[in-house]
Design a binder for this molecule. Structure first.
Ligand code: TXA
Ligand code: MG
Length: 339
């Protein structure tokens, strides 16, 4: 299949929108990560997403909208708290889970009777959904298991030959995916931390629970509420270990680990501009917000450079920290050293 590159001109966005309307697949930028879209009303188109990504068919897709009015078209039982989230945080990096209406085919929700809904704030994403004239089902536009794409280049590497087109909209600002909040139970539950923090929700009057699986791997027989939780995620080829704790202690521990791994090509993802004696030091940024933005692209860069062993610093447990830590722990296959 030929994969066409599109710019963000209105002509290109309209052409890409037509492809979506006609059942094709288009990757597009959002404020969080790039998405791989198909019409959310077209089961066959949605099916193609799973094939293009190599995604397990029991992992549901998020439905993207460009107007709040579309929520009532696709979902019901919108709770008061869900309404507060819609009013306060949409458009933005948050996804809400609600009971689905029949118009959304089961392929999109992987058989669930709930649907994940997101209203992105990115102008190109919104213009594209508008041009398509239908809500757009879109997971992150990476091959299943790879770090989510935050640059057009990442999508080109993963998806060329597999989809109809890619809109190059530059780098994604947030860098980690949207926060997912489930409103179908007694109390709102954060299933995935992301661009909107627990504290942001609390300040808006939403008292959400944090799902206990966010920072651990599932045991063999556990059934997660968010099917994506059980899959290996964000994993680069390199062997990643997170070293977590106070700055100077983390630094000393990593120096020790680098020494022990002298016979391998090593790299460090560092927030501290430390003077490590290693082949590759990538800068994670000065705080967790920057860390979130740099994380996925750094993981891909280590692979491109052929790094075999990566040590990632984690030093601050603030608002954005939970989202960063969740992705880091997964990239490391839960290999975390607390110092
Ligand atoms: O920021 C984002 O959310 C990005 C951009 C493209 O919008 N999208 C994204 O999609 O991260 P994806 O497919 O990579 O992650 C969606 C997650 C998966 O873990 C999936 O299991 C979960 O959302 N999910 C989708 N529908 C669900 C539902 N009805 N109930 C529970 N979890 C659901
Ligand atoms: Mg994903």
């Amino acid at each position: 299949m030929e994969t066409k590159l599109f710019s963000t001109s209105s002509e290109d966005i309209n052409n890409a929108g037509k492809i979506l309307k006609n059942g094709g697949l288009i990757a597009f930028p959002t404020e969080t990560v790039y998405g791989l879209g198909a019409s959310a009303y077209d089961a066959d188109a949605a099916e193609k997403i799973y094939t293009a990504k190599g995604r397990p068919s029991d992992n549901p897709l998020i439905v993207h909208i460009c107007e709040k009015e579309q929520i009532d078209e696709i979902a019901e039982d919108v709770t008061e708290e869900a309404k507060m989230v819609i009013d306060t945080f949409m458009p933005g990096p948050i996804t809400i889970i609600l009971k689905k209406k029949n118009i959304i085919p089961k392929t999109v929700t992987a058989g669930l009777d709930t649907v994940a809904i997101r209203f992105p704030s990115h102008n190109v994403a919104r213009a594209l959904i508008k041009a398509a004239g239908v809500p757009i089902a879109a997971p992150s536009a990476n091959l299943s298991g790879k770090p989510s794409p935050t640059k057009a280049r990442h999508v080109i590497n993963d998806m060329t030959g597999r989809i109809d087109g890619i809109i190059d909209g530059g780098d994604c600002n947030v860098g980690v995916e949207s926060t997912i909040v489930d409103f179908t139970g007694n109390k709102p539950v954060i299933l995935r931390p992301g661009g909107i923090t627990y504290e942001d929700l609390k300040n808006a009057g939403i008292d959400a629970e944090i799902d206990k699986n966010i920072l651990k791997s599932l045991s063999a027989n556990e059934v997660p509420k968010c099917p994506g939780m059980k899959y290996k995620h964000y994993a680069p080829n390199a062997d990643v270990t997170v070293v977590e704790g106070e700055k100077t202690v983390v630094k000393n521990k990593i120096k020790e680990l680098l020494e022990e791994n002298r016979n391998k090509i090593t790299g460090v993802l560092s927030m501290n501009d430390a003077d490590y004696d290693t082949a590759v030091i990538l800068n994670a940024g000065k705080d967790n917000k920057e860390y979130a933005k740099n994380l996925f692209s750094s993981l891909r860069e280590f692979d491109e450079l052929g790094v075999e062993v990566v040590f990632a610093e984690f030093c601050e447990d603030d608002g954005y920290g939970l989202a960063v830590k969740n992705r880091l722990y997964k990239a490391a296959g839960q290999k975390v050293i607390h110092v």
